[in-house]
Design a protein around this ligand. Structure first.
Ligand code: NAI
Length: 338
């Protein structure tokens, strides 16, 4: 049998811990060889909980000292490009969380590194493509079941209960379009098979003025006509009172698809003194647990089978360009041509 892939989990925060756990326990043919974070307690806790042999506080030191095949980067978004470049140049395969970067210059740097290493796998964490419901919708659209797709509508709203974490991460996030709506932007490109030609955006700090210092809003929206004349509407927010609200609609000339239009946790309706209701997921890990696992299984399979994943660095460059255009449209209240 082939040797297990030696993988390091880099970044052990809100999502990184889950990736590390999946790599350690749920992905066939993978050995979680090292964990890395700048927070000592996180490294110690992950080593202990997951039985990991090596722990590092420095990414560069890990690349120098620890024999590895791949890294999984779940670090702040503004570090992604530099870490992708360093890992590829060190001869490693890379899985990197979205977004690819927070600036176009960094996207180009990452894309140039990928081009220098065409035989290395570099995959991005647009995990919704690996969620069974989104995957099913894609097969329906590709089979022509809805006719010509003419409208994409994507809502991504974090629960109000997570506002503290959102405020803490705000200095690194580069704004809601890049942090949240980038998932919907990737889905719109995937489902519509096209790219936007114009971007208009609006929104504001309706409940949390703290976001204004970062040129961000707590609820924002964008409208984009695509090159193939399809329409796309995006809404991203931080203040859903009921939970983690991700809903998507694709309208075609023959039919429409809705994914999770009531963001229910399960199929149980509760009939009580408050009326009839359903529980809602409260966290991205509850809603997309399968997708986070599936994407890493696919990453490991790509390495073993020496093939490239469906999500390429170009998708990260395009989604970042569109999200940054939406951010500028929001800040300056202008219509942007792409
Ligand atoms: P977080 O702030 O909770 O965790 C960041 C981690 O990176 C911490 O462990 C921190 O110590 C570590 N870190 C910081 N600088 C480092 C360095 N120089 N070297 C090594 N480790 C370093 O952030 P969170 O929420 O886990 O987000 C991390 C990334 O994952 C972001 O890019 C974010 O956009 C993405 N993300 C993606 C989600 C998805 O649905 N695909 C959901 C949540 C986050």
């Amino acid at each position: 049998m082939a040797q297990p892939l030696r993988v390091a989990a880099v970044g052990l925060g809100r999502l990184g811990r889950l990736h590390a756990e999946n790599l350690a326990t749920r992905i066939p043919g993978v050995d979680l060889t090292a964990v890395c974070s700048v927070v000592l307690d996180e490294v110690l806790a992950a080593r202990k909980a997951l039985g990991v042999r090596n722990g590092f506080l420095s990414f560069d030191e890990m690349l120098e000292r620890c024999p590895l095949d791949a890294v999984v980067l779940t670090t702040p978004s503004d570090l992604h490009a530099g870490q992708i470049e360093a890992a590829l140049d060190a001869g490693l395969h890379v899985f990197c969380e979205k977004p690819l970067a927070t600036m176009m210059a960094d996207c180009e740097r990452a894309a140039a590194a990928v081009a220098r290493h065409p035989h290395k796998v570099c995959m991005l964490g647009f995990m919704r493509r690996y969620d069974p419901s989104y995957r099913f919708a894609k097969t329906q659209i590709d089979a022509g079941a809805i006719g010509r797709p003419i409208l994409f509508r994507g809502y991504s709203v974090d629960p109000l209960s997570a506002i503290e974490g959102a405020l803490k991460y705000a200095p690194h996030s580069a704004g809601q379009f890049l942090d949240m709506a980038v998932h919907d932007i990737d889905l719109a490109r995937w489902f519509l098979g096209s790219d936007p030609r114009e971007v208009y955006a609006t929104g504001g700090c309706y409940a949390f003025p703290e976001f204004a210092q970062y040129g961000d809003g707590d609820n924002v929206a964008a409208l984009m006509p695509f090159e193939n004349d399809a329409m796309a509407f995006f809404f991203a927010g931080r203040t859903a009172p009921h939970g983690y609200n991700i809903e998507t609609e694709i309208i075609g000339t023959k039919a429409a698809l809705r994914i999770n239009s009531v963001p229910a946790k399960h199929r149980v309706e509760i009939l009580d003194a408050g009326g009839v209701r359903q529980a809602c997921d409260q966290h991205f890990i509850d809603r997309f647990g399968d997708a986070y696992l599936n994407e890493l299984i696919e990453f490991a399979a790509c390495i073993r089978e020496e093939r490239q994943p469906e999500i390429r660095v170009e998708d990260g460059v395009a989604a970042t360009r569109i999200a940054l255009a939406a951010t500028r449209a929001f800040r300056e209240r202008v219509l942007i041509s792409l």
